[in-house]
Design a protein around this ligand. Structure first.
Ligand SMILES: Nc1ncnc2c1ncn2[C@@H]1O[C@H](COP(=O)(O)OP(=O)(O)O)[C@@H](O)[C@H]1O
Ligand SMILES: C[C@@](O)(CCOP(=O)(O)O)CC(=O)O
Length: 524
């Protein structure tokens, strides 16, 4: 059934943290073999492992020598992170309630190119949003970010933006996209600001010149967590450049992988704060760790509670984009304002959403849950309908979202709720088992006629991944010379989502593609 979103088959034992290590190639890449996880950031200077003072780096001497001789510069590499759907609990999650979210197979891809030593610039190239900007590294406000009272480290937990540091980067945003219309300029300035805040917090003036080029297959601002994927890619890229991550590699113990995933997630949250102001952190958490999770952040000063759902069932979902642009920050602020005006009533609605999420987590993790049973699916579907109704009462639906619901209800083929921030964006429909093909065809026809976009994706896939170096095997002639190098031009000229997936996609040839590696926290 092509209209359906299905979860990738899970290999895990119920509620277990043990199992397989996933599909990896056998050899660990030299370039990310430096075990810097014990190092303090003060001791790591730049990407070549040069040190300034006390050092606590565990460097494999054979490998570091080999690296120095053959490649003084880091090779180009890529990172990738998945979008997500929130199945239950959006908005309530911002107010400390639980949410259930799952990774989808649409992804963002970031190509990191290190420049030669003489080039002292850092460039962001985001062609999807027509953004391209370059700064001179030596002209960035390092002194402000390095003050002892302000300095943060790769392991720091940053739960709010420092207003002095935000102020220090404002002058750098003044010449970002001056000729663009104000709404687009704002998006560019947010992207630039989020990046600079993270770059200046984690890096140092000796950081090598480099270029970050991003392409994404996730519709922007559609409720599928596009911004979080960029946050995660940027965080992973910078932490890798700083050699503060020792993986991913096939033999990595799950506990070490978990610490590194947590590290990436913490800095991705900082980027999200810059884009959204008050994110719950659920999007970046799923984009980092993949699979499906129950997420809750009761205290914004502490890390959230994240319960992986390894056996998230293979739900027959249809994902539809209304193509109405929305702003997460705006929708979140709207709910915040409503809560301030009607604290008791909105408080009760948020509590009710929490109960719905809790009930659905129970149903979805029941041992005998059967995705072919209409009775089992109906229990989840009813909870989706209730969750959507509560979101409507918070004022975050949109006539186009209601239209999808109407069309699905009219055919009587499933249960629909908005996903993400609402106000436009996407909705998900849980389809009844054994639905008449003709009814589905009719629905798809209507969606098409009314300019909705249907997405085919799988749920519960991998989180952040690394392709190091940026070389892939494609079953073509280049493979005999070690594979095809993904250079900037090829990446930029890949046509549309299909072109990007074909060139670099984690799922390039259908299954997981050789070369991409993932931190495995589950052992499954
Ligand atoms: N492909 C992309 N290239 C560059 N920036 C992007 C891209 N996709 C998303 N973004 C960033 O994320 C923002 C949208 O995030 P958000 O409003 O949270 O929507 P979503 O629901 O997709 O996460 C954009 O304004 C932009 O800053
Ligand atoms: C509304 C919210 O719960 C989810 C937003 O998701 P998205 O940005 O629409 O993908 C906000 C948040 O969790 O930070």
């Amino acid at each position: 059934m092509d209209a359906m979103t299905t979860q990738r088959a899970s290999n895990g034992a119920p509620n277990s943290h043990k199992g397989h290590n996933g599909v990896h190639s056998d050899s660990e890449p030299d370039s990310i073999s430096t075990e810097a996880s014990d190092a303090t950031l003060e001791s790591v200077d730049g990407v070549n492992g040069i040190t300034n003072g006390t050092i606590n780096l565990k460097i494999n001497p054979r490998r570091s020598m080999k690296r120095k001789q053959s490649s003084p510069m880091m090779p180009a590499f890529m990172v990738s992170a998945p979008g997500k759907v929130i199945v239950f609990g959006e908005h309530a999650v911002v107010h400390g309630k639980a949410a259930i979210a799952a990774a989808i197979s649409l992804r963002s891809y970031l190509l990191v190119t290190t420049l030669s030593k003489s080039k002292r610039t850092v460039t962001l190239k985001f062609p999807d949003i027509d953004f391209d900007h370059c700064w001179n590294i030596d002209e960035l406000p390092w002194a402000t970010f390095q003050q002892p009272s302000k300095k943060k480290y790769y392991y720091s937990l940053v739960t709010e933006l420092d207003p002095d540091l935000v102020a220090a980067i404002q002058p750098l945003l003044a010449d970002v996209s001056p000729d663009k219309p104000p709404n687009i300029r704002k998006v560019h300035q947010n992207s630039a600001g989020a990046f600079l805040y993270m770059f200046l917090s984690l890096g140092s003036q000796s950081f090598p010149g480099c270029q970050y080029t991003l392409r994404s297959t996730i519709p922007i601002g559609a409720g599928l967590g596009s911004s979080a994927t960029i946050a995660v890619c940027m965080s992973a890229a910078l932490l890798l450049q700083l050699r503060t991550l020792s993986g991913p590699h096939p033999d990595q113990p799950p506990e070490e992988a978990r610490i590194q995933i947590e590290r990436i997630n913490r800095w991705a949250y900082v980027y999200e704060m810059f884009i959204h102001g008050n994110p719950s952190g659920v999007d970046n958490t799923v984009a980092t760790q993949g699979k499906a999770v129950v997420f809750q952040r009761t205290d914004y000063g502490k890390p959230p509670s994240v319960r992986p759902l390894w056996d998230f069932p293979e739900l027959p979902l249809l994902l539809v984009d209304t193509k109405v642009p929305k702003s997460t920050a705006h929708e979140v602020a709207k709910v915040g304002k409503l809560r301030n005006t009607h604290p008791k009533i909105v408080g009760s609605i948020l509590d009710a959403i929490d109960k719905v999420t809790e009930a659905s987590a129970e149903v979805l993790t029941e041992a005998g849950f059967d995705t072919q049973s209409e009775a089992d699916l109906a229990r989840v579907g009813e909870l989706m309908t209730i969750n959507h109704g509560l979101l409507v009462s918070l004022g975050v639906s949109h006539p186009r979202l209601e239209r999808v619901r109407e069309l699905v209800d009219h055919q009587g083929i499933g249960w629909t709720k908005l996903t993400g921030a609402g106000g436009g964006g996407c909705c998900i429909t849980l389809l009844k088992p054994g639905v008449d093909r003709s009814k589905l065809d009719k629905l798809e026809e209507q969606l098409d006629e009314e300019h909705f976009q249907k997405f085919e994706t799988t749920l519960g896939g991998d989180g952040v991944g690394v392709l190091w170096p940026a070389v892939l095997k494609n079953g073509m002639d280049e493979d005999e010379q070690g594979g095809m190098e993904i250079d900037l031009e090829k990446f930029l000229s890949a046509e549309g989502n299909e072109g990007v997936e074909r060139l670099v996609g984690v799922h390039g040839g259908g299954g997981e593609r050789e070369g991409w590696k993932f931190w495995r926290v589950d052992n499954n």
